[in-house]
Design a protein around this ligand. Sequence first.
Ligand SMILES: NC(=O)c1ccc[n+]([C@@H]2O[C@H](COP(=O)([O-])OP(=O)(O)OC[C@H]3O[C@@H](n4cnc5c(N)ncnc54)[C@H](O)[C@@H]3O)[C@@H](O)[C@H]2O)c1
Length: 405
Amino acid sequence: MAIRKGLAKPIGSLTQMGTIRLGKRTESRTPAIRDFVPLAGLDDIVFGGWDIFEDDCYEAAKTAGVLDAPLLEAIKDELSAVKPMSAVFDRQYVKRLDGPNVKKGKNKKDLAEQLIADIRKFKADNGLDRVVLLWCGSTEIFLTESPAHKSLAAFEKGLEESDPTIPSSMIYAYAAIHEGLAYANAAPNLSADIPALMELAQKTGAPLAGKDLKTGQTLIKTIIAPGLKARLIGVEGWYSTNILGNRDGEVLDDPESFKTKEESKKSVLDYILQPNLYPELYEALHHVVRINYYKPRGDAKEGWDNIDLVGWLGYKMQLKVNFLCRDSILAAPIVLDVALFMDLAKRAGMTGIQEWLSFYFKSPMHAPGLYPEHDLFIQSMKLKNTLRYMKGEELITHLGREYYD
Ligand SMILES: NC(=O)c1ccc[n+]([C@@H]2O[C@H](COP(=O)([O-])OP(=O)(O)OC[C@H]3O[C@@H](n4cnc5c(N)ncnc54)[C@H](O)[C@@H]3O)[C@@H](O)[C@H]2O)c1
């Protein structure tokens, strides 16, 4: 809303500030991405959502304390108008939270139907053509695939029977995909990443993306690790720790929610460094990830990385990274990008997992049998080539003559 009023710049957003090179380098064709593909404009977006707290967006933003008061006051009217719908929530899945704005229903099927009714009403009340749903709710406890997740029939039976392996995020995902909406998951919990909901997406034509936005320490990790690997520098240890004091940090202080996050954060190095191909360099890697809730920091997260390197003739070196970041400031531009690209995917008839959006996620959803791509630079190339492909432009592979043009 601040950006739309011209009060601030959309820094960090590829859809708002990024460009894309087309054709040969000698052609000098580099349009803005938002001019190249038909993305929804910021003025055409209406925001809505659910929360277990009743605060409107202005109140919630004040409590979060991320934005400065003058900026918040300048958009107070617009923010106050966004009031949360009552949520589908069960403390069983997020132990550290509780709030009053919660739906009641006779079973999980009933709750899903209430969400579907909310979506339809939101669309009608605001005169919208399309809706995208992004799960930005808290991290739920660690769950693995259960029998109720295996097929759509089993899942719908599970909803009727309020199967405990169906957490709130899956009920939202079901409602969105049932309506054929693009659905993306900003959090690390399974949500739509189960066969039952993929089956439903194929039926309704819903694009899917997730999981867990790649914003802070993991973003830096997937920038540095491909560089070390490209130069065949050995890594024998990577210790990552964080302190943060926002509500996300409070939820992650619960070991069961942290386990979900830890699994998501730890997988990246194995795929980037390929210890199976380079056992002498990476097989012994000891990778540790910690998150500590520390209230005084609020949203101003601090991450430390200690990387133990091995160079020529086996000599040891160290690299230290200290990232003083802001959790929400890093996440906001990519929430916007994911929403706009998912909307584009839906209009382009692209159904199911959108691997070209792996660029934005710590544990990208991927087709069964394929490994996820974690290297930020390969992810970026894949994203841009998908946009070129959509518009019938030549793909850029940096191979052959093209490279020297
Ligand atoms: N940099 C980032 O902010 C970042 C990066 C990657 C992933 N994530 C993930 O995104 C998610 C949200 O992060 P955040 O920092 O915005 O957290 P937050 O605590 O500020 O916001 C989450 C909101 O979700 C609400 N909520 C929880 N369960 C709900 C439910 N069932 N229905 C409706 N509302 C519900 C909470 O009340 C809270 O207001 C977390 O899983 C987090 O790990 C955030």
